[in-house]
Design a protein around this ligand. Structure first.
Ligand code: GUN
Length: 293
């Protein structure tokens, strides 16, 4: 069994980005600038946003954090998005999800100028990704593809089972895995909460991408020997063993599944760091106008 070290890969990619940004600055180019909107005080969101701001520093980017209380109206938030759309210094921005119930996430996503949509959530970026055109690819799926690539994991003709059908992970990663490319070229099955005989399907999988958000859901009896396991779960489970009072827990019963696998991502330190790193990559691409002019 080989552990896929997402933290090490992410650190390496951030160094590569920082070197490129230093070169851009040396040549008088523009410093990439990421803005992040956060609404309310959700603990998970605050942690993620702090990590994104820190990653910007590591990459040599400029970052702006815009925080609003959870009683901000949808209209006020849409106005802020309009300002960022029109700000020529901001290359890319994201609105951290989830949002309070009175604000439509879909409306917010569609209000973001797709040229600046470094989260890759806008329907234009989702659509372009799915037909293999240059686009901002959603960060978690892009991070998973990068890990498969850097570990040189064979995907062509393999049976990849995705568990979870979210717009952010399940759907786009399934679409990337079926794309005629490396990584890609896989036979993809997407399973979800209504899937019957799930175990029968996962037992046929060469690669399993678990992205349903249910701690330790994938157990050893559901995995065939030698499978590649990608764990996207990041549920904050209460714990007395950590200072923060919670423990990040994946969708895979790591302890029992790991001995059966050829490759597996840990939680934390697997897909998570790659997600932030992909956001940095998208921001660099936005700064360079590499996807859209
Ligand atoms: N909430 C959980 N993951 C993400 C993400 O990748 N982007 C944004 N904007 N919100 C999230």
């Amino acid at each position: 069994m080989q552990l896929i070290d997402g933290k090490a890969v992410a650190d390496q990619i951030k160094q590569e980005i920082a070197a490129e940004v230093a070169e851009i600055k040396k040549n008088g180019g523009k410093t990439p600038h990421l803005a992040v909107i956060i609404v309310g005080h959700d603990g998970g969101s605050e942690t993620y946003v702090a990590s994104k701001v820190k990653a910007c520093e590591q990459c040599g980017f400029k970052s702006t954090r815009l925080s609003f209380e959870s009683d901000i109206t949808e209209e006020q938030l849409l106005d802020q998005i309009k300002m960022l759309n029109e700000d020529p210094d901001v290359d890319g921005f994201i609105v951290q999800l989830p949002l309070p119930k009175h604000i439509s996430e879909q409306k917010v996503i569609e209000a973001i100028d797709y040229h600046k949509d470094v989260d890759g959530f806008h329907p234009i970026n989702v659509g372009r990704t799915s037909i293999g055109l240059p686009a901002f690819v959603s960060a978690t799926p892009a991070g998973i593809m990068e890990l498969l690539k850097r570990y040189n994991i064979e995907t062509s003709g393999k049976h990849c089972v995705v568990i979870g059908r979210s717009n952010i992970v399940g759907k786009p990663v399934a679409s990337l895995m079926m794309q005629k490319a490396f990584p890609g070229d896989a036979t993809v099955t997407v399973c979800h909460s209504r899937t019957k005989n799930l175990k029968e399907i996962t037992l046929q999988a060469d690669i399993i991408i678990a992205a349903l958000g249910s701690p330790k859901f994938l157990t050893a009896d559901m995995v065939k020997d030698g499978a590649v396991i990608i764990d996207v779960g990041t549920t904050r489970v209460p714990s007395t063993q950590t200072k923060s009072g919670f423990k990040l827990t994946g969708d895979v019963d790591f302890e029992n599944v790991a001995p059966k696998c050829s490759f597996i991502t840990p939680v934390p330190g697997g897909v998570g760091p790659m997600t932030i790193c992909s956001l940095m990559k998208n921001t660099l691409l936005a700064g360079k106008k590499a996807i859209y002019k």
